[in-house]
Design a protein around this ligand. Structure first.
Ligand code: ADP
Length: 590
C-alpha cells in the first residue's frame, strides 16, 4: 500500500508539472492575460503539491516554507479569481477589496507563525489564521466555480464544455480539501489517502481539456450542436430573400457559434449591411474602427470585454467584414472557434453573392416584363392599322392593284399575322407575369374551339398537309375560349415553324376521361435533354436548323401556364429528327 501511495504521489506530481508546462506553453503561444491567469493558477497548485512533502521536514526553514506555502495557496485562489474576472470583470472597488482581504489574511498567517503540520498544537490566533486562509482560498474557488458553470449555459458547445470541465476540476479539488480538513485523523488513513490521490489525478485531465481540448473531444462536444447549425445554415443560405435578411440571420448563427455579445456585417463600401444586439451608435463606432483596420485574415482586436473578432468577407463586389464582439462573458476563443468562424464566413460570403445575383436577376426580369408590356402595347396599334389596310388592299376596296402587288400581298398579310401573333403572346405574357391574366371560363366544346383555332392560322398551315382527327360528339370542358385557342394556335404555329414545308401535321381531339388536344408534326424534333427546358420563359433551343426560325421563346411557357391555370397540363413527346407531339390536357366538364 505504501508503495502504491508513493507511486500515486509521484504520478500526481508529474501530472501537475506537465499540466503547468502545457498551460505555460499555451500562454506563450497566445500571450493573453486570461491564459496567464490560468497558467498561474495551475502553476501555484503544482508548486504546493511539490512543496507539501517537505513542509515540517526542513528544520530551521520550516517556518519560511510554511509561510511560502500559505502565499502560494492564496495565489492559486487569486489567479483563478482573475481568470474568472476576464469573463465578467469585477468593479474596481470590488477588485481592490478582494486584493486587500487576501493580503490581510496572508499578513495574519505570517503574524500567527503557523505550525508546519495540522497535528501540531495551534494557539487561538493560529487556529483563526488557518480558518481564515482556508475560507479565503475556498471563496476564491467557489465563486469562479459557480460563475463559470453559469456562464457555460448559453455558450457554444466547445466553450461550454471547457468551462464546465474547469469548474468541475476545481470543485473536485475544493471538495477534497474540505473533506480532508473536516475528517481530522481519518484523513491520514491509507484508503482515504488513496481515494483523494486518485481524485487528484483525475482532476488533471479535466483541467487540461479546459484550456487545450484535443480535436476529437472538441468534435464530440460539438456534435449535438452541429446538426442544428447545418440545418440553420442551409435554411439561411437557401431561403433568405435579400442580402440584409441573410446577413442578419447569419449574424445570429455567428454569435451562437462563438458566444459573441453583438455582431455586424459591413459591406465593401463601408456601409452596415446588418447588425445584431448593438445600438445604432455602437454599430457605427465598431464599423468605423473596422474599416480603418481592414485585416486580411480573421484577427482578434482589443482586450477584455471590449475585444472583437474581425473576419474578412470576400464578396464579389469587394472585401466586406464580419465583426463579432465579445459580450459580458468574453468568449474563450480557441483555434477551433476561429477556424469555424473563418469557414462560416466563406459560406456567408457565397450566400450573400448568391442573393445579390438573385436580386440582379429579379431586377432584370422585372425590366424584361416592363419591356414586354410597353413594347407589346406600342406595337399593337400600328399593327392593327397595317393589317386593316392590307386586308382592304386584298379585297380591292382601295382600287385595283398591279399583278406584282397582288402577288406579294398574301406574304405581307402572313408576315403581319406573324407579328400580330407575337404581340398577342407578349401582351399575354406580360399579363401573366404581373398576375393580371384572369381567365374568363365558360362551358365550351373543345372540338369547335379547335376548329376555330385552326381556321385562325389557316394561312400559316397552307404549305403543310393537315389532318384532323376528332370525335363525332362534342368534348365539353370549362375553359376560357380565347386562351384555349391561343394554346392550340401556338402548338400549330410551332408545328409549322419546326417542320419542313409539305410535311404532315396531325391534330387529334379526344375526350376519354380527360379532354386532350394533341398536335403532332414530322419536324426536327427535340433532344431529350432539352425537353424540360422548353417550357421556361424566353427559352429557345438553339440549333443550326432553328437559328433562322423567328420566335420569342414565350409561346410554350405561356401555353403551359394557361393549361395549368385550367387545372390541366401541356406535355411533350419528341424524338430528335423524327417529330414531336404536344398534348394539351384539360379536365372534362362533369
Ligand atoms: P418560339 O417562339 O421560339 O417558338 P416557344 O416557346 O413556342 O417559342 O418554343 C420554345 C422552343 O421550343 C422553340 O424555340 C423551339 O426550339 C422548340 N420547339 C417548340 N415547338 C417545337 C416543335 N414542334 N418542334 C421542334 N421544336 C419545337
Amino acid at each position: 500500500m505504501a508503495d502504491l501511495l508513493a507511486g500515486l504521489q509521484l504520478a500526481i506530481e508529474v501530472a501537475f508539472v506537465l499540466l503547468t508546462l502545457a498551460a505555460g506553453i499555451d500562454w506563450l503561444h497566445h500571450r493573453d492575460s486570461r491564459r496567464s491567469h490560468l497558467a498561474l493558477a495551475f502553476g501555484s497548485l503544482t508548486a504546493l503539491i511539490l512543496m507539501a512533502p517537505a513542509i515540517g521536514r526542513v528544520g530551521a526553514l520550516n517556518q519560511a516554507l510554511t509561510d511560502i506555502a500559505v502565499v502560494v495557496l492564496l495565489l492559486s485562489g487569486y489567479a483563478l479569481l482573475m481568470f474568472r474576472a476576464s469573463f465578467i470583470p469585477f468593479r474596481p472597488t470590488t477588485l481592490s477589496a478582494i486584493r486587500f482581504a487576501i493580503s490581510a489574511v496572508a499578513v495574519l498567517a505570517f503574524a500567527a507563525q503557523l505550525p508546519p503540520t495540522s497535528q501540531a498544537p495551534h494557539s487561538t490566533l493560529q487556529a483563526t489564521a488557518v480558518v481564515a486562509v482556508l475560507v479565503t482560498w475556498g471563496l476564491c474557488l467557489v465563486e469562479p466555480i459557480v460563475r463559470l458553470l453559469r456562464a457555460s449555459a448559453h455558450r457554444p458547445a466547445v466553450e461550454s464544455a471547457r468551462l464546465r470541465a474547469l469548474s468541475l476540476g476545481y470543485a473536485a479539488l475544493l471538495a477534497e480539501v474540505a473533506a480532508a480538513s473536516i475528517s481530522g485523523s481519518t484523513a491520514r488513513h491509507p484508503y482515504f489517502v488513496l481515494a483523494t490521490d486518485l481524485i487528484t489525478l483525475a482532476i488533471v485531465p479535466l483541467l487540461y481539456v479546459s484550456f487545450s481540448p484535443p480535436t476529437l473531444l472538441r468534435w464530440l462536444w460539438r456534435q449535438p450542436e452541429e446538426d442544428a447549425f447545418r440545418n440553420g445554415l442551409h435554411d439561411l443560405l437557401l431561403f433568405s430573400p435579400d442580402r440584409a435578411t441573410l446577413a442578419h440571420r447569419a449574424l445570429g448563427w455567428a454569435t451562437r457559434l462563438v458566444g459573441g455579445g453583438g455582431a455586424l456585417i459591413i459591406d465593401p463600401d463601408g456601409s452596415i449591411l446588418a447588425a445584431r444586439d448593438l445600438t445604432e451608435e455602437q454599430a457605427l463606432e465598431v464599423a468605423g474602427g473596422a474599416t480603418v483596420f481592414r485585416p486580411k485574415t480573421a484577427v482578434r482586436v482589443g482586450r477584455g470585454p471590449a475585444s472583437r473578432v474581425v473576419i474578412p468577407l470576400l464578396l464579389q463586389k469587394g472585401e466586406g467584414m464580419m465583426v463579432i464582439l465579445s459580450g459580458p462573458f468574453t468568449p474563450l476563443f480557441g483555434d477551433d472557434e476561429a477556424l469555424r468562424l473563418r469557414q462560416y464566413a466563406s459560406s456567408i460570403a457565397a450566400g450573400l453573392d448568391r442573393v445579390s445575383m438573385n436580386e440582379r436577376i429579379a431586377t432584370l426580369e422585372k425590366a424584361k416584363t416592363e419591356f414586354l408590356n410597353v413594347a407589346s402595347h406600342e406595337l399593337r396599334g400600328p399593327m392593327t392599322v397595317i393589317k386593316g389596310y392590307l386586308t382592304m388592299l386584298q379585297a380591292g376596296s382601295l382600287g385595283e392593284l398591279s399583278k406584282e402587288s397582288k402577288h406579294v400581298l398574301p406574304l405581307l398579310i402572313a408576315k403581319a399575322d406573324e407579328v400580330n401573333w407575337m404581340v398577342e403572346q407578349m401582351v399575354e405574357a406580360a399579363r401573366l407575369e404581373e398576375g393580371r391574366l384572369a381567365l374568363k371560363k365558360m362551358p365550351a366544346d373543345l372540338v369547335e374551339l379547335t376548329d376555330l383555332a385552326i381556321e385562325g392560322v389557316s394561312q400559316l398551315l397552307s404549305k403543310h398537309e393537315l389532318s384532323v382527327d376528332k370525335p363525332a360528339r362534342a368534348v365539353q370542358a370549362e375553359v376560357d375560349p380565347d386562351r384555349f385557342q391561343i394554346v392550340v394556335r401556338n402548338l400549330l404555329s410551332n408545328a409549322v415553324k419546326y417542320s419542313p414545308a409539305g410535311a404532315r401535321i396531325k391534330v387529334r381531339v379526344s375526350g376519354n376521361g380527360l379532354a386532350r388536344v394533341a398536335v403532332t408534326d414530322e419536324g426536327i424534333g427535340i433532344a431529350e435533354e432539352d425537353q424540360a427546358r422548353l417550357f421556361r420563359r424566353f427559352v429557345r433551343i438553339e440549333t443550326k436548323t432553328t437559328e433562322r426560325v423567328s420566335g420569342s421563346g414565350l409561346g410554350l411557357w405561356l401555353s403551359r401556364e394557361i393549361a395549368r391555370m385550367h387545372d390541366g397540363d401541356l406535355t411533350v413527346e419528341s424524338t430528335l429528327g423524327r417529330g414531336s407531339t404536344f398534348t394539351l390536357q384539360l379536365p372534362l366538364n362533369a
